[in-house]
Write a protein that binds this ligand. Structure first.
Ligand code: UTP
Length: 470
């Protein structure tokens, strides 16, 4: 049975938890004690104090555009460089040196969907889930590579069981189950933003939330994934988020640039649409590459333009990365690890009368780690530009910008354009969805064109069953 860390709780301003513990019956009492023992309460107190202090980070620092940045090609010479990078990426995939990681542990509060976001029906006509969308993309990449690409899915206490059950129900989307691994990230307690006291979501139940996408490092290390990947001969990790269906999974060109430039970490960036857009920006801060959050970029920098009137700090973070496995492992095993960020959020909590209160305004403070904080630790951090329309259409909000509507419309527009570029006439009112298992780019679609056996008009889903066999 765990001993209650009473002294630590008192010293760290958490005496109320001792009273809660006393009020519980067994076995809830022992369970609660064990949970309290597993948390470093002095760290929570430190983080809360830092969260309420009004430190301004960027103002006094020297900020400039990142130097290690590959722009989309404009000249013939640059196009050849990109083609060479693409080939290097294809060779890497064919050699079985890459794995794909998708982080799907977030609570998706803004989307207001009561299941894990990966189960969200993104297919504009088919209603396919995001998980299936990415499974199909991966299948296409594997087919071209002639190799299996291990798939690692990070879940959290909020998404794990439903995600695993969904994969089982969907027969792993046709993949051999042993090629898919789930790693479950850790949690952090949320505290009352005013007092720093840990919030409870039920009697003897702390309000816990996932520890941020940066929790990936601990999750991989805990499950011995770095060692397992090394045994499989995997030295390169492609990383993306679950909510952008236009991510080019294991994009050969991106992987190739990462290799050619011998980077520890590479980040796909796209042009910000406006100075005020809420998007992290790739910069060098005091000479060190990093992503700076939009809220930390002072207006004088955000609005700065170059000689041609374009934003100086334009390179928005898409949260698509490539990591050298050994680099990520070294950060995961370093003593300091990734820093925590504090955010004020609405956290439902039990009040003194044991009633569950759902606040209208942010009342709590949550602590999260961010994956992009590995960038400053890299010897070489590279940024590679992607085409925003083609590659960045995330689903964040229930409506308005970055919503299911904008993301599905982007997919339909993209797929229509690919067909037109391949010389297939498409009526204006046609709605076409191209299954990722058929093609993930215009170039891949061109190869599938001779197998299309139905007219492309009206509402059409081009998937494996509607194409003639190869
Ligand atoms: P967001 O920061 O957009 O958060 O996550 P979210 O949970 O999806 O949505 P909100 O903010 O509650 O509305 C970006 C990506 O990081 C993953 C998410 O699943 C998404 O793919 N993520 C986020 C995790 O895997 N774990 C976390 O703790 C947080």
């Amino acid at each position: 049975m765990s001993e209650l860390p009473e002294d630590q709780l008192r010293q760290c301003g958490q005496s109320h938890l001792i009273d809660v513990w006393k009020s519980l019956e067994e076995p809830a009492r022992s369970r609660f004690a064990a949970e309290l023992c597993s948390i470093d309460w002095s760290r929570i107190e430190r983080l809360w104090r830092r969260g309420i202090s009004s430190e301004s980070s960027a103002a006094t620092q020297k900020i400039q555009s990142p130097r290690a940045l590959i722009r989309l090609p404009e000249t013939e010479g640059q196009r050849q460089e990109w083609a060479a990078a693409r080939q290097a990426g294809r060779d890497l995939l064919a050699a079985g040196r890459a794995a794909c990681i998708v982080v799907a542990g977030g609570q998706g509060t803004r989307l207001d969907f009561d299941k894990p976001k990966g189960m969200f029906p993104v297919g504009p006509l088919s209603g396919k889930s995001l998980f299936q969308w990415f499974a199909e993309q991966l299948a296409t990449r594997e087919r071209h590579a002639g190799q299996t690409i291990p798939w690692i899915i990070m879940t959290s206490n909020a998404t794990h069981s439903e995600t695993v059950a969904f994969f089982e129900e969907q027969s792993f989307f046709g993949r051999a189950p042993e090629t898919t691994t789930f790693v479950c990230q850790g949690t952090m307690p949320a505290v009352d933003a005013k007092t720093g006291e840990a919030l409870l979501e039920g009697p003897g139940q702390l309000a816990l939330s996932p520890d941020g996408h940066g929790g990936l490092l601990d999750a991989l290390e805990r499950d011995k994934m770095f060692d397992r990947l090394a045994e499989l001969g995997i030295d390169t990790l492609f990383y993306h988020q679950i909510d952008n269906p236009t991510t080019r999974v294991c994009d050969p060109a991106f992987l190739g640039w990462h290799l050619r430039e011998e980077a520890d970490v590479s980040t796909k960036v796209v042009e910000k649409i406006a100075a005020a857009e809420k998007m992290g920006i790739a910069v060098e801060r005091d000479g060190v590459s990093c992503i700076i959050e939009y809220s930390d970029l002072p207006d004088e920098f955000a609005n700065q333009t170059d000689a041609r009137g374009r934003l100086e700090f334009w390179a928005g973070n898409t949260a698509i990365h490539v990591f050298r496995r050994e680099f990520l492992e070294s950060v995961a095993r370093s003593e300091s690890g990734l820093p925590f960020h504090c955010a004020r959020k609405k956290v439902p909590y039990l009040d003194d009368e044991q009633r569950l209160v759902t606040p209208d305004e942010p009342n709590g403070m949550k602590f999260e780690r961010f994956i992009f904080d590995v960038i400053p630790a890299a010897k070489k951090a590279l940024f590679v530009q992607g085409n925003r329309k083609e590659e960045f259409n995330p689903i964040k909000n229930a409506s308005g910008s970055d919503s299911p509507e904008t993301s599905r419309s982007a997919l339909l527009a993209l797929h229509k354009r690919w067909l037109v570029e391949a010389g297939i006439p498409v009526p204006d009112d046609a709605r076409i969805e191209i299954a990722p298992v058929v093609a993930t780019t215009a170039e891949e679609l061109r190869d599938a064109i001779p197998r299309i056996r139905q007219p492309v008009s009206g509402d059409v889903i081009l998937d494996a069953s509607t194409l003639a066999p190869e």
